[in-house]
Design a protein around this ligand. Structure first.
Ligand code: SAH
Length: 485
């Protein structure tokens, strides 16, 4: 380690920045967060720095640097593009014993500015010791996703309780154990979920009990996070989904969830496929009731369970049923939404789901078995100005399209079939309602696939950008088949 990491109190102390360009501006923005008195020495400055000077946010000395500028300074940043000037600054700093950051010059610099993740009061500073700043930024992005803003609130919570805990738990070892449990267990969970009053009550009760009892209440309990994994592309996971995966003890996942996403789970996490592919033809290896039992068993054993579902857990995902079962069993849960197939397939196939000219609304529907086909409100689906996103529709495509046509949707209505949306093997087919079934069997379209019905489907021909271009044009390029619809 060449540079020793250190946090400096700069409040009200003088920081001198030599140079008035955009780099100086950037450095200034960094240190400004710490509330120093700022002095900028440069013959010319950017308009923004000039404005800050005019507002009194900094003192601008509009001339060349003089060593005396550093008298009384706590820290200096040399941000000019003139190495001789930077060297003069570094020498003057050295003579006064002031650390100097010299932009892009490790030889002259005695201090370097880290990449910072600010979750005040928690601050993480990252450095590659000046060698590869881009890598430091990369690491910062990782840390940012793991140390979310809830850590700031957690730190504030601990700060608020510190005095009480110290008074109540005198023994240092016991106190350390208490903090360990507090940060891993239900108290921290409650704070993360913005339920501070409950966290306060839990901790207050625990501190009122005898030592041993106190710890039982605070000990980590199992809980379930119902997570939407999106359609397949790991880039479509939310940060919350990633965090849940990275702190999971066990992941119960559907078959629909892609292998790349499962690889993002914590390495020690147990992965259990509960095999609901969302497609009857592939068979359900685990019943819904058994899934409920598994969720409850794992959570009761004190594990952090992630229930990972394709797309969004609340869109044809039976997420609601699973939460009902958990609530009945008294198990804590949270929900992380995911990008549902309709949105993802639309985006990755170049099909806007609503469009000022072609479609004023979107309906998300499914017809995956006889009973649901029979119960479908076909009249409601026949509106030519509405886009339909049909989930689990491929197996019964023939019935589906015939019913739509019988109830008044034009046979010439454009459709698109998107197989494996957002995945490397995505395939998109465009055609008309009339030919959809033949198209699907000719092209052997498999699961998962989404059917989009409506004029917007023709946009795929012009707006595709991902994977192979769509196969089969419903209408001449540039002209949606409106007149036919
Ligand atoms: N909860 C999921 C849907 C589960 S139902 C979601 O919100 O997306 C399963 C159906 O979703 C599949 O039959 C298919 O119609 C659709 N689907 C899911 N992922 C898909 C993908 N990557 N490409 C195309 N369709 C997909």
């Amino acid at each position: 380690m060449r540079y020793f990491p250190l946090f400096l109190d700069l409040r009200g102390r003088t920081v001198v920045i030599v140079g008035g360009g955009t780099i100086a501006e950037r450095k200034l923005d960094l240190v400004r967060e710490a509330g120093p008195r700022l002095v900028v020495v440069a013959p010319h400055v950017t308009p923004r720095l000039a404005r800050l000077a005019a507002n009194g946010a900094l003192e601008h000395r509009a001339r060349a640097f003089e060593p005396a500028d550093l008298d009384g300074a706590r820290f200096v940043i040399a941000a000019t593009d003139d190495r001789d000037v930077n060297r003069t600054v570094a020498d003057a700093a050295e003579a006064r014993g002031i650390p100097a950051n010299v932009v892009d010059d490790l030889e002259l610099a005695t201090a370097i500015l880290p990449a910072v993740v600010d979750r005040s009061p928690i601050v993480v500073a990252i450095s590659t010791q000046g060698t590869t700043p881009a890598l430091a930024r990369h690491v910062r992005e990782r840390v940012e996703s793991l140390v979310d803003e809830s850590f700031g609130r957690l730190a504030a919570f601990c700060e608020r309780w510190r005095g009480t805990i110290k008074a109540r738990v005198a023994d240092l070892g016991a106190r350390r154990r208490l903090y360990d449990e507090l940060l891993r267990g239900p108290v921290a969970e409650l704070v993360r979920r913005r339920r501070e009053p409950e966290a306060d009550a839990l901790l207050a009760d625990a501190l009122d009990c005898a030592d041993q009892d106190a710890r039982v209440a605070l000990r980590p309990r199992g809980s379930v996070v119902l997570v939407g994994a999106g359609p397949g592309d790991p880039g479509l996971l939310t940060l919350n989904a990633l965090r849940a995966l990275q702190s999971a003890d066990v992941v119960l996942h559907d078959r629909l969830v892609s292998a790349e996403i499962l690889r993002l789970a914590r390495r020690e996490a147990e992965l259990v496929e509960v095999g609901k592919s969302g497609d009857k033809s592939r068979g359900h290896s685990v019943t819904q009731t058994r899934i409920h039992e598994l969720l409850i068993e794992h959570a009761r054993a004190g594990r952090r369970v992630v229930r990972l579902k394709g797309g969004d857990p609340f869109v044809f995902g039976r997420g609601g049923e699973e939460l009902e079962a958990l609530r009945a069993a008294g198990i804590e849960f949270e929900v992380v939404p995911g990008v549902t197939a309709a949105l993802a397939c639309g985006a990755y196939a170049g099909i806007p789901l609503t469009h000022r000219e072609h479609s004023g609304s979107l309906r998300i529907v499914t017809a995956h078995c006889r009973e649901s086909i029979d119960a479908t409100d076909w009249k409601g689906l026949a509106d030519a100005r509405e886009t339909l996103a049909v989930y689990m529709g491929v197996a019964l495509l023939g019935t589906l399209t015939r019913e739509l046509i019988r109830h008044g949707r034009s046979p010439a209505t454009p459709i698109a079939l998107i197989e494996n949306g957002s995945r490397p093997d995505q395939r998109v087919f465009v055609g008309t309602l009339r030919e959809a079934e033949a198209l699907a069997s000719r092209e052997r379209i498999g699961s998962p696939a989404l059917l989009v019905v409506g004029d917007v489907a023709t946009c795929a021909t012009r707006l595709h950008w991902f994977g192979a271009p769509p196969v089969g044009a419903a209408a001449p390029v540039g002209v949606p088949a409106r007149s036919a619809a």
